[in-house]
Write a protein that binds this ligand. Structure first.
Ligand SMILES: Cc1ncc(COP(=O)(O)OP(=O)(O)O)c(N)n1
Ligand SMILES: Cc1ncsc1CCOP(=O)(O)O
Ligand SMILES: [Mg+2]
Length: 226
């Protein structure tokens, strides 16, 4: 079950993250509905400003919606909400609860993703039992308030060569620069503002999924990896 979900993170895929403040007046629920209709298979709920009660109510709804569409549901930071709504997993950063404690709290079936910004953190993530890692921010981004400097392609190249875990590339990635990231070997791509800020979220999601699928077909066929 978990292995099947993790396969989605290993493949060419679009990993969509919510941000109501960038959603042009649309609610997280409306945005998630559109993401799901576009065919996205991994959604993270990331919400920094709402109360726990508000977040729980939204996550309960999104849990049901993602189950209806066969989409993985990851919750950022709020590990207790993830347990309450039976999400598929959580995403934590270097300053959040230690991964070992999160694993104790959630158990083996939950997916735990960990943000990494350096080779040292990548190896640590393997050691402490992360299921996948975040690699970024690749480019400059204004979406995250306390973001560190971009790690650029230098760390992405390390992750491509040395990560034994699935990795999700994040930070400043858009429809018009995603190929630069794919060229370095990234497969699972996270986007926030590009998706939630699009006038036509469904169209934008489909266009990026098409781009990833075309890239996969072209490159995996020519490498004889299919
Ligand atoms: C897929 C993915 N990668 C990185 C992050 C960032 O997590 P974190 O460093 O904990 O920062 P916040 O998102 O909590 O501000 C992420 N959320 N998802
Ligand atoms: C949550 C997060 N973690 C690292 S960069 C980032 C935000 C990425 O947002 P965008 O895709 O809009 O640049
Ligand atoms: Mg965090």
């Amino acid at each position: 079950m978990k292995a099947e979900k993790l396969r989605l993170l290993k493949e060419y895929n679009l990993y969509c993250i919510t941000a109501e403040n960038l959603s042009r007046g649309r609610s997280n629920i409306e945005v998630v509905e559109k993401m799901l209709k576009s065919g996205v298979k991994i959604i993270q709920y990331r919400e920094k400003k709402k109360t726990l009660r508000e977040k729980l109510l939204e996550c309960e709804k999104i849990r049901q919606m993602t189950l209806d569409y066969g989409c993985i549901f990851i919750i950022n930071d709020n590990i207790e909400i993830a347990k309450m709504v039976l999400a598929d997993g959580v995403h934590i950063g270097q300053d959040d609860y230690p991964l070992e404690r999160v694993r104790d709290f959630l158990g083996e079936e939950y997916i735990i993703g960990l943000s990494t910004h350096s080779r040292e953190q990548l190896y640590d993530a393997h050691k402490i039992g992360a299921d996948y890692i975040g690699v970024g921010p690749i480019f400059k981004t204004f979406t995250k308030e306390d973001v560190c400097d971009p790690v650029g392609f230098e760390y992405l190249d390390i992750a491509v060569k040395e990560s034994k875990l699935p990795f999700v590339t994040i930070g400043g990635i858009k429809e018009n620069n995603v190929e630069n990231v794919l060229k370095r070997g990234a497969k699972c791509i996270a986007m926030v503002s590009e998706i939630v800020g699009a006038e036509d979220i469904e169209g934008k999601g489909r266009a990026i999924l098409d781009k990833l699928n075309n890239w996969r077909d072209k490159n995996e066929n020519s490498n004889g990896l299919c």
